[in-house]
Design a protein around this ligand. Structure first.
Ligand code: MGP
Length: 253
């Protein structure tokens, strides 16, 4: 699906009144007359929404305007949604990745989780990621859409895994990078006692690693990569220590 080119200015909160995220009209009246209209019947006056399993928040990293901008000032929350209809309302109204300035990012994260290493739900986790170095030969808008749909459709993991925190796209001078953030690195979480294996899910380290490798394989399939291409998993503590996301890979698939 093609996204609109003229999106809102990305350093501002989206004007929610411009996005058809909620049913218009009087839902009570519609119910009384049994008049159920989905978005497929009427794109503006629908009164039925299809809930997502989780609530999601879209974030944006504004490119730095000069020296001295810190990460926190650049990270902006755009909108939170929990239905299929709202997702499409957002997708059709934000600037596509291909039109973002260099050093911008989108982050689609479970509501309540900030898309940063320091968040309590991310700090023991990591990410699978891949850098697309030939920017002109890929359709980044379509890839990012597929990655977002896999996240909100919960197809990147099995239900009991509880690993997916969010997905990210980075626009950089020499590449686009797409990543998926996980809650653990497959190991036990320090300081939570012996009972806490692989992040409190009672998994052995082998099982913890297998869960992550399966997520990596699904993510790789989604990105349409040639079998010879490798995606890399790295832990956020390594990124935070080195002050760079280019931390050494722990696993590849
Ligand atoms: P990046 O966007 O993950 O990678 O981080 P990029 O652009 O390839 O750059 P590099 O520095 O890894 O080579 C860019 C910068 O943003 C990092 O160096 C950090 O300064 C900052 N940053 C990124 N993230 C995801 C975080 C975060 O979660 N917390 C904090 N404090 N800073 C971050």
């Amino acid at each position: 699906m093609a996204a609109t080119v003229d999106g809102p200015k990305m350093n501002e909160q989206v004007d929610l009144t411009t996005i058809p995220v909620s049913p218009n009209g009087d839902v009570a009246d519609a119910n009384a007359s049994n008049d159920i209209k989905t978005i497929f019947h009427d794109k503006e006056h629908f009164n039925v929404k299809h809930p997502l399993q989780n609530k999601w928040t879209l974030w944006y990293t504004k490119p730095p305007s000069g020296k001295g901008d810190n990460w926190n000032d650049l990270l902006k929350e755009i909108i939170t949604f929990d239905s299929v209809e709202e997702f499409w309302g957002v997708q059709n109204n934000v600037t596509p990745v291909s039109k973002l300035a260099q050093k911008a990012d989108y982050h689609l994260f479970k509501s309540g989780v900030r898309p940063e290493w320091e968040d309590v739900q991310n700090k023991h986790g990591g990410k699978w990621s891949y850098q697309f170095k030939s920017k002109d030969s890929i359709n980044i808008d379509e890839l990012w859409l597929h990655v977002m749909l896999a996240a909100i459709g919960e197809t990147l993991e099995d239900e009991e895994d509880g690993e997916i925190m969010g997905v990210v796209v980075n626009v950089r001078k020499a590449f686009f990078r797409i990543g998926v953030w996980t809650r653990t690195t497959g190991k036990s979480v320090p300081g939570r006692g012996d009972g806490d294996v692989a992040g409190g899910k009672g998994r052995s380290p082998e099982k913890g690693k297998k869960v992550l490798m399966d997520i990596g394989q699904r993510f790789k399939n989604l990105l349409n990569l040639a079998p010879g291409e490798l995606i890399e998993f790295s832990g956020h503590t390594d990124s935070a220590h080195s002050g760079s996301s280019r931390a050494k890979a722990k696993f590849t698939v």
